[in-house]
Design a protein around this ligand. Structure first.
Ligand SMILES: [Zn+2]
Length: 617
């Protein structure tokens, strides 16, 4: 029975076809389910069409009689009075859900398995839209909703909320909570009503949810992707040996947000007052409402505090949480304690800072830093967005004047070593046994430049792939497949990337062939093939001796000579680095010779680091 009168006969559309009935109505967003569809127009009205089975069109009991359908879009009012403005709609296999701009959630259709989230009493079919009141009563404003086969996910909107007062006052983002209702086969437990999804999602803010056939995914405000449920064919971004993920699990292959690298790392300061040593500043507690919660130096000239991250890190953001308590004596300035921090300098270095106090200590520390920032305005949380691609290990906070240095916490957000992720996820869609994650396009030209260079430095072949994308057209014209004059940006903080290590190790073999016909840069495949096919050296092969005349080489030669003299009997022990003594062991000639031939100073190439360990011996 066609409940839209004078509807067109049902027929398959073999190509994208305009829905004539809505041709003159601008549509904001649309959703497809199993044999039904819905859309929200720009005037925030809801239209539904397709199969009305199990009440999924929400058109009331009229559709209950027999197998019904609507061949034309039908306007579906959610509530007769105070017409709610629709925000979005989502269609499942046998149910539908929609949210309003006021944060209300409406559901209708098949309630089997608890997918409507209307509680234990709501497991039957609901032929008309029903508002989910418990969420509303708890003060949750629902932003997005997603219907799967037998479950529904919802996420609350994120809003700016002011908290605290005085210097304590700061803006916080609140919301982004994920709720789920439905079957245990998807969610791990039966949820007849909407329950909050916790686990790893308890501490992050979600911006979007997607419910698939039997799995779920969430995108966070930081761009992370979490998946859980049935991992059929690896649709939860996990190895297929994991058949079911009961809790949201980070898809780290896409992106993981930088962690606080300073937490519990070794810290020190120019002096210590009242036993409040430097480690209080990295104990994880950002609360500065009492002096006991803050680090404190004596009153020092240019008092300083610093932390060692333990390794070179690509640093993104540094946050300082200031002391916030006020003097008990009301005749004193309210900001007596919190203003002591200013003016101050925050800086990062690849070498340890000296432990001198006063004198030229600030100038010297700033001089050896790879990046620095001055704070002059007092805030509860002071933030430094470190310039891009800064790699450092030591972070120092230093006062300009003569005072006590105290603060509650210093957090360093970044990534140790080379960042391996694809990029921030902006949207996810779950299907049946598959997931599509969308990585945000790069709008900043410097980002485009950086990713293009990274790609071709990793493998020249990537240039052939990227040139087909309009985004990279300018980059292709500029850099092509790359060449010797591009500085490697994959190597960071004195650590060489695998590619540069390979090129250095097989320098001689690659030297003459690194540029193919017409100056063409070899791909990784071509390099590998060439190295594997290279003729083996003869058995009586003696590697050429390369004299390293750098200071590091001379020092190493001197040390080796001393060792020989003091060691007496030579040949009894062979150091693995002592190539010359190994070279005559011809059985290992082929492999060893390559290693020994590379044992000269680094090629004067772009990647030669000026960091410790540069003078390879
Ligand atoms: Zn490199």
């Amino acid at each position: 029975m066609d409940i839209t009168e004078n509807g067109d006969p049902r027929a398959d559309a073999t190509k994208p076809t305009v829905v004539q009935a809505l041709a003159s109505t601008p549509v904001l967003t649309a959703a497809c389910g199993y044999a039904h569809m819905a859309c929200v127009t720009t005037s925030r009205d809801l239209y539904v069409w397709g199969s009305a089975a199990s009440g999924k069109l929400g058109l009331g009991l009229a559709a209950k009689e027999e197998e019904c359908y609507a061949s034309l879009p039908v306007h579906l009012p959610l509530r007769p009075q105070n017409r709610p403005l629709l925000r979005m709609v989502s269609c499942g296999a046998a149910h539908t859900a929609a949210t309003t701009t006021d944060g209300e959630l409406y559901v209708w259709g098949c309630g089997d398995g608890g997918r409507l989230g209307l509680g234990r009493e709501g497991l039957a079919t609901h032929w008309s839209p029903k508002r989910v009141d418990p969420l509303l009563e708890a003060g949750h404003k629902i932003g997005e909703v997603s219907c799967g086969n037998a479950h529904t996910l919802a996420v609350t909107t994120i809003e700016d909320v002011w908290t605290g007062d005085g210097t304590n006052r700061m803006k916080e983002k609140q919301g982004g909570l994920v709720f789920a209702a439905g079957s245990a086969s998807v969610l791990g437990a039966f949820h007849p009503g909407f329950d909050r999804v916790l686990g790893e999602l308890a501490t992050v803010q979600a911006v979007q949810v997607s419910a698939g056939f039997a799995h779920s995914a969430v995108v966070t405000a930081d761009g992370e992707l979490y998946c859980w449920g049935m991992n059929d064919d690896g649709c939860c971004a996990m190895h297929t040996k994991e058949r079911f993920l009961p809790e949201p699990t980070l898809a780290s292959c896409i992106y993981s947000r930088p962690g606080n690298l300073a937490l519990a790392r070794p810290a020190r300061q120019s002096s210590c007052y009242g036993g409040l040593d430097a480690h209080v500043g990295v104990d994880g507690n950002c609360d500065g409402s009492s002096p006991d919660l803050c680090t404190s130096t004596q009153q020092d000239p240019q008092a300083w505090w610093e932390v060692d991250l333990g390794d070179f890190a690509n640093i993104h953001v540094i946050k300082i949480w200031n002391r916030t308590d006020e003097p008990a004596d009301k005749t004193m300035a309210r900001d007596k304690y919190s203003s002591r921090l200013l003016p101050c300098w925050l800086m990062v270095s690849q070498k340890p800072y000296s432990d001198e106090v006063g004198g030229g200590s600030l100038i010297n520390a700033l001089g050896q830093s790879v990046a620095r920032h001055q704070f002059t305005r007092e805030k509860r949380c002071m933030v430094w967005n470190v310039p891009e691609n800064i790699s450092a290990r030591y972070v120092r906070l230093q006062l300009e004047g003569f005072n006590f240095l105290h603060f509650a916490q210093l957090e360093v957000f970044g990534i140790i070593g080379v960042q391996g992720s694809v990029g921030k996820c902006s949207r996810v869609v779950c299907g049946k046994h598959c997931t599509v994650a969308i990585i945000r396009p790069l709008s900043d030209p410097s980002d485009v430049n950086r990713v293009y260079k990274r790609a071709i430095l990793a493998d020249a072949q990537n240039a052939d792939i990227l040139r087909e994308r309009e985004t990279f057209a300018l980059e292709y014209d500029k850099y092509g497949r790359g060449g010797k004059d591009i500085e490697c940006i994959i190597c960071t903080g004195g650590q060489k990337c695998e590619n540069c290590l390979m090129k250095e190790r097989f320098g001689d073999e690659l030297k003459d062939l690194s540029l193919g016909a017409g100056g063409r840069v070899l791909t990784l495949d071509e390099m590998a093939e060439m190295l594997l096919d290279a003729p083996k050296p003869p058995l009586n092969f003696t590697p050429k001796v390369v004299v390293d005349n750098s200071w590091a080489g001379k020092l190493a030669q001197k040390l080796a000579k001393n060792k020989d003299e003091s060691g007496g009997k030579k040949g009894s022990k062979v150091s693995p680095d002592d190539d010359q003594s190994v070279a005559t062991a011809s059985s290992k000639g082929s492999k060893k010779s390559k290693r020994s031939r590379s044992s000269k100073k680094p090629r004067g190439g772009p990647c030669a680091p000026d960091a410790p360990g540069a003078g390879w011996t």
